[in-house]
Design a protein around this ligand. Structure first.
Ligand SMILES: Nc1nc2c(c(=O)[nH]1)N[C@H]1C(S)=C(S)[C@@H](COP(=O)(O)O)O[C@H]1N2
Ligand SMILES: [Mo]
Length: 333
């Protein structure tokens, strides 16, 4: 079922992302109602429906499950049709494992995700090194369905499992001097064949303003499709910043630093005129070498594929637009 929105194109309604079991139950209920025999079963059905909302989007069962409740954060569950698991895990950018889209799925099996620690340091009163097991327990896991748009002009819709990065930052108590957050990812030549190439200055680094990092939509993801992250998607934990171009969403994080000054990301270091610090999805600001006005949704390929207009802040303007009030977004691209 498709509905028109004020952006002038179609979004699936919630029933499109409702798993078959729930959908059939609902149909069953309608039949029961039609037969005039609903009565007390209605409450029972509602309870079952609520439970079914958790971890609705199961992966293929190849990896350990990661249980989660549907997120209640505003904007955290988009109603777009999900990108198939095979595309989410088979078409990746993870330069530590090569530059081709299918390299990470082929090569990331050498990544060792245990033991794993994340050091959080810098401008905070309680710097700390977390073991991955501590981080898995730090806050309740939520399922969030986000659009992710790569600066290259393609997009996906992914059911992530994780919680707001703010939970981690609050735990170390940022000082009044902290204005930025830097995310540093693993760089180990013995595990990552892509490090032989010098396309980027390793380790891969990304940065956010503190208020961006503290925004409830800024996600630390530990899983997708109800299972732990496959290595190629940034196991055991990666950032997801849904209103920014995909490269902001650093994979396989080992260090988080709270800083007074704005850090430089690996992408800025490699091509500052193409990849600015902010990197907000903005259809009006072209990449120097191509337009950002439209995008291609992975899995919709084909002769009749419809070009999708790229949305301001990737569709999250209502939630995050305020963070950039008064800023010239052409200057701060
Ligand atoms: N460590 C690391 N993180 C990274 C990248 C990378 O090359 N290395 N690529 C980025 C880019 S360009 C994109 S589009 C997203 C892709 O995430 P996905 O493969 O899970 O869709 O990861 C981002 N995070
Ligand atoms: Mo990207």
């Amino acid at each position: 079922m498709l509905i028109k929105t004020d952006q002038g194109f179609e979004h699936p309604t919630p029933s499109d992302i409702t798993p078959r079991a729930v959908f059939e139950q609902r149909r069953g209920l309608l039949k029961t109602l039609a037969a005039g025999a609903a009565g007390p079963s209605l409450a029972l059905w509602a309870a079952r429906d609520a439970r079914a909302q958790a971890a609705t989007t199961a992966g293929p069962g190849r990896l350990p499950k990661l249980a989660a409740q549907r997120s209640t954060v505003e904007g955290a569950v988009v109603m777009d049709k999900l990108t198939a698991y095979e595309h989410v895990t088979g078409y990746n950018n993870f330069y530590e494992f090569g530059l081709e889209k299918n390299d990470p799925a082929r090569l990331a099996h050498t990544l060792r995700t245990r033991p794993w620690t994340v050091t959080v340091e810098g401008e905070c009163t309680k710097p700390r090194t977390f073991g991955i097991e501590d981080l898995l327990k730090l806050a309740p896991m939520e399922e969030r369905i986000y659009r992710l748009r790569c600066v290259e002009g393609w997009s996906m819709v992914v059911p992530w499992v994780g919680y707001s990065v703010s939970n981690i930052l609050r735990a170390v108590e940022p000082t009044g001097k902290a204005k930025f957050v830097e995310f540093i990812t693993l760089a180990d030549r013995t595990q990552m064949p892509g490090l032989r190439s010098s396309v980027l200055d390793w380790p891969y680094k990304e940065g956010l303003r503190l208020d961006e990092a503290m925004h409830p939509l800024t996600l630390m993801a530990f899983g997708l499709y109800g299972e732990v992250l496959p290595n190629q998607n940034g196991a055991p934990l990666r950032l997801v910043v849904p209103w920014k171009y995909g490269f902001k969403s650093a994979k396989s994080i080992v260090k988080i630093r709270l800083l007074e000054r704005q850090p430089r990301s690996s992408w800025e270091e490699s091509a500052a005129s193409e990849y600015g610090f902010y990197s907000n999805v903005n259809p009006q600001v072209d990449h120097p070498r191509w337009s950002q006005a439209t995008e291609r949704r992975i899995g919709e390929d084909g002769v009749f594929q419809r070009k999708r207009p790229t949305l301001m802040f990737n569709g999250y303007e209502a939630q995050v637009g305020q963070l950039y009030a008064g800023m010239d977004l052409r200057k701060f691209y």
